[in-house]
Design a protein around this ligand. Sequence first.
Ligand SMILES: C[S@@+](CC[C@H](N)C(=O)[O-])C[C@H]1O[C@@H](n2cnc3c(N)ncnc32)[C@H](O)[C@@H]1O
Ligand code: SF4
Length: 377
Amino acid sequence: MRHLYLHVPFCPTICPYCDFHVVRRGPGLVERYLERLEAEAAELFNRRPGPLATLYLGGGTPSYLRDRELARLYAALPWTLAPGAEVTLEANPGTLTPARLERLRALGVNRLSLGVQSFQDPVLARLGRAHKGQGALRAVEEALEAGFRVSVDLILGLPGQDVKADLETAAALGVGHVSAYTLQVEPGTPFALAGLEPDPDREAEAFAAARAVLGRAGMVRYEVSNFARPGEEARHNLAYWRMLEWGGLGPAASAHFLTPAGPGVAERRTNPPLPRWAAGEPPARETIAPLEHVKEGLMMGLRLREGVDLAALARQSGLAGLDRALSPAVGRLEAEGLIERAGVRLRPNQAGLDRLHAALLPLWEALEAAYPPDRLA
Ligand SMILES: C[S@@+](CC[C@H](N)C(=O)[O-])C[C@H]1O[C@@H](n2cnc3c(N)ncnc32)[C@H](O)[C@@H]1O
Ligand code: SF4
């Protein structure tokens, strides 16, 4: 196992649009979390010792943990890191100070993913964020000065937002990576209950602006929502999109292991939410059948500009005639200008990245027609 995700569910406040597994701190809650984490990490390490090429501390807000809690969390991880390993920590701008940054460096964190969302105060207020634009600017600058690789998260296409200004600010700061999302209004969140709806036209414009502004700063759209200077890509997230193996620790974390000798091609393990996880409940296990693996591989791989390796999917899944089954649909999508073939790879072009579903659905339909369940049984 070369990639490990660790979920830290605690946040100072819960944002009205957030659908991640997050909780406020409560008496004894962090203590119980750390105790369970120590046991879970020791158990996973016995089965999958590493060394790790990437470690991702995500959340929630890992930077909201206190120094001694972060140190204990780190000490709970027995893995060694491979040379040049990427260690990312997700942080809210308001939780960072120069002293804090120094301690994070000393722990071994070398990449920060900062939840900026916007540099504009009225937009931040509408999102219910605790920080202001100035605070976000300062956090990015201090993180860069402290020697971290820095990624900035932006949410684009929000009402009242000057999208170009936000993008230009991020680019001018000199960060190597920007994650540009559009607002997802997830059922049950306060934003959904308030009847908020995304505006697809405004979002499409926002993405065109992102390509132009970030492109001028030397950043390439290497994934649907992610832009990076060459070499600054998120190596951990690439492992997800390339469908490699990764382990997961913490409540609601999921893991993906390839199981060539097992009943399926892969296994997904998903931890229960905090109370049940802390009580020791094991992860739910799901066997990924060959067809599902190929569908997932296409869905993840077509998010990437580098595309997906069809030969690898055929090998991993054992599905005979995969290339032949997909060929007519690929031809049509090529003619529509959504994807292109490059040797064994299928790559989305810009239009394909913009219209992922349009590129993906015909391929899934071709798979379902070629491999009906009775033929696979
Ligand atoms: C898991 S959050 C963790 C980062 C950190 N807690 C924060 O919010 O600053 C990672 C990123 O997901 C994005 N995000 C979260 N909820 C979203 C939503 N409903 N729509 C679009 N992006 C969202 C935000 O850009 C956020 O920075
Ligand atoms: S701070 Fe980040 S993880 Fe926490 S509630 Fe807000 S968006 Fe979600």
